[in-house]
Design a protein around this ligand. Structure first.
Ligand SMILES: C[S@@+](CC[C@H](N)C(=O)[O-])C[C@H]1O[C@@H](n2cnc3c(N)ncnc32)[C@H](O)[C@@H]1O
Length: 254
């Protein structure tokens, strides 16, 4: 929504539904944090491009887009891609989304799969909802990894690795632990975590060894970049690194 106020070269994304799902407090907080706005736009653009490229590269077999921790992600409503969307999140979050987007028609079919990923494998509920593991699938795991404990996040990667056919992709952002120079991540981020947990989402360790975990689950990492540095790919103004997040794309190997 704030992206629309920027010059075209800096916008990077177009999300006509942002205004429906973000409240005034969150908008004001984002407006005051230009650096955070930049990384969110770059992250969104990276994932939009990955979804579009993946779907275009698989014209046969009707691709699937699996949003893990979908939250208020409106990709099924705003992206014109020939794919079926599956959205996993807590039941309450999916209900809130239904209220906020009531009356809006998605551009692609979407199936909701309410699951607590920290306590339950999402695989059986997803299959029961009609997801077909033989079809080409891209999994989007955006802004979720560091709300999960290491054990839960590693279990999710193993589930995705077991589910995807070769060539399937997993795209996500994760925290670069080296940024914290050996300090304990959860302790170092206590203050921001406290602010977030007022909204119900404390920060957790996520994937302390993202590459190792992905390799063990059958993935090859084909791209990994610090979020701010993505600006060079999109011709947007570059900003110095100020944020410990990176984006990766991993492909399920044969
Ligand atoms: C920061 S939001 C990101 C939402 C969305 N992916 C996006 O980028 O806009 C984190 C999302 O992960 C979901 N989430 C966190 N822990 C989860 C869990 N254990 N099971 C299911 N969803 C979870 C939250 O409910 C929330 O919707």
């Amino acid at each position: 929504m704030l992206a629309a106020e920027l010059p075209e070269s800096e916008r990077l994304i177009d999300d006509p539904f942002a205004a429906r799902v973000v409240d005034e407090r969150a908008t004001a907080a984002a407006r005051n944090d230009v650096a955070l706005q930049n990384v969110i736009r770059l992250r969104t653009r990276y994932i939009d491009d990955a979804v579009r490229s993946f779907v275009q590269a698989h014209p046969a077999g009707r691709p699937q887009v699996l949003l893990l921790g979908a939250g208020l992600d409106a990709r099924a409503f705003r992206m014109t891609v020939a794919a079926d969307f599956y959205e996993i999140d807590f039941p309450t979050t999916l209900e809130l989304k239904a209220e906020l987007l009531a009356g809006v028609q998605p551009l692609s079919p979407r199936t909701l799969v309410p699951v607590d990923m920290a306590t339950t494998s999402f695989v059986q509920p997803l299959l029961a909802a009609g997801f077909d593991p033989a079809r080409p699938t891209i999994v989007v795991w955006e802004g979720v990894i560091n709300y999960l404990s290491a054990a839960a996040a590693e279990a999710v990667v193993a589930q995705v690795g077991g589910l995807l056919a070769p060539g399937g992709q997993l795209v996500a952002d994760y925290v670069e632990m080296a940024w914290f120079r050996g300090a304990d991540f959860e302790r170092s981020t206590q203050q921001v975590s406290q602010q977030l947990s007022e909204g119900g989402e404390p920060l957790r360790a996520g994937l302390p060894d993202a590459h190792g975990t992905l390799r063990a689950a059958g993935f090859d990492v084909v791209d990994d970049e610090a979020v701010e540095l993505l600006s060079a790919r999109y011709g947007a103004t570059s900003h110095p690194r100020h944020y410990p997040a990176r984006m990766f794309t991993a492909v399920r190997r044969d």
